[in-house]
Design a protein around this ligand. Sequence first.
Ligand code: DSN
Length: 426
Amino acid sequence: MQRDTLIFDLINKELERQRHGIELIASENFTSLQVMEAMGSVMTNKYAEGYPGKRYYGGCEIVDQSEQLAIDRLKQIFNINYANVQPHSGAQANAAVLLAILQPGDPILGLDLSMGGHLTHGSPVNFSGKLYQPHFYGVKKEDGLIDYDMLETKAKEIKPKVIIVGASAYSRDWEYERIRKVADDVGALVMADIAHPAGLIAKGLLNSPFDHCHIVTSTTHKTLRGPRGGIIMMKSDFENPFGQKDPKGNVRMMSNLLDLAVFPGTQGGPLEHIIAAKAISFGEILSDEFTNYAKQVISNAQAMAAAFVEKNYQIISGGTDNHLMLIDLRNKNISGKKAEQVLVKADITANKNMVPFDDKSAFVTSGVRFGVPAITTRGMKEENMRFVVDSVDKVLSNADDEKIIMNVKNDINAFMKQFPLYPELR
Ligand code: DSN
């Protein structure tokens, strides 16, 4: 077969783009070479519908072992009793959980997308808002923190079957215990989507949801620094409280419902090459090196937030407990859309983001979200955050001056040479 130089040229260009620039998208990271090696391995050739030891195809003895290792290592990371490593993504993990628990039309309560939530937490343009009956809580206008009183009032009013905890653009920790009390009062289950802070929770640097939330989902490629994918976890199994029975009339356990909701409920064959890569990244997370990484993520985020505050940037909630921050740019007279566009010209990648109570649409937005997981993997420390913030500020303050932006870009390209990315790759 002829080598597809067209695509490999593009892959090389993407490698160079990643090497030259400052990656501030809060949900991105750089996996290890061994994780990428597993993703490009022969495991991709294997069909393995089912679960280890219970497959619908022959020849699964080897993938059974690597999937079991992924499950066992994930259980060890979070000290839990149930893990499903097959979801292809965080959205697939959330789809499976909701399918396992709910009937079409059942009420759910999640954080509003425009307040930092996620599409799969009930947005009307997503399956979660189309199949179920979505309701939302938000953050408080005065301090940008989760409005737990509002959550409680709404929960009592609508009696959701699931309360969804978690966010894509919220820089503070969560009061899981408080939410569980509300859920118990109204007869709801709590699902925590920890896709963003999972790597920090894994190392005990943020509150753990596992003692208070019935089911926990995550992606594996953000702060967990693994391959792109999803996972579902529970500290302990429990009987499904909403009455689904098995064919013999027995109440089904939640682990059984979750496994069935992933396969055959929402997915077909698992991606065994990705699952092998997940297993490798979970092994990496168990190391002391990852503990240092997670601590550095938080230190870098706090140093970055302090540098932005010094330059009069308005961080929602005033700072960060985790790896990201959401900045309201209205006092800087630039929209999130324009900020994203001009930053890219200087090889700084970030994403526009709505801020709470935004007066602009999701396509324009008043805000921008910055995160440090990727630049921390590149090796940056607290003392480098000032250069990053100065560069961002120079671009946003001179958004129509191509010459200044090109100077910033040249400085960034030179600066990033100190932090080699995949030097083993040509
Ligand atoms: N796309 C992810 C993020 O950027 O936060 C959420 O799914």
